[in-house]
Design a protein around this ligand. Structure first.
Ligand code: FES
Length: 108
């Protein structure tokens, strides 16, 4: 079966301050959009360990620290960097766009 990809325009790049993250909702998705030195990354906003919103966490380079229990993820690939998190975070492919943060998601 082939997957159909669809693109979603999440926000303007200018809405995400450098070195920070914002929460963006789009349909059923609740996402965190990060700006690291002008490059944008997108993950699920909900921490895989509990109710933490990662957009409200602390971004240090490519690592987001959840402000609930201090678990950390690499925003480039969703890998767990520090416990108590055990489950990787879902990440989204960011598509090139001059003005907006655009992601590709598979449509079932
Ligand atoms: S809810 Fe994020 S580390 Fe526990």
């Amino acid at each position: 079966m082939t997957q159909t990809l669809t693109t979603l325009k999440l926000c303007e790049k200018s809405e995400v301050p450098e070195g920070e993250a914002i929460k963006v909702e789009n349909g059923d998705l609740v996402l965190a959009v990060y700006n690291v030195e002008g490059l944008f990354y997108v993950t699920d906003d909900l921490c895989t360990h509990g109710p933490g919103s990662l957009a409200e966490g602390f971004l240090d380079g490519y690592v987001i620290e959840c402000d609930f229990h201090g678990g950390c993820f690499d925003i480039r690939n969703g890998e767990v960097v520090a416990p108590p998190c055990m489950i990787p975070l879902r990440t989204y492919e960011v598509r090139p766009d001059d003005t907006h943060v655009v992601i590709a998601v598979s449509k079932d």
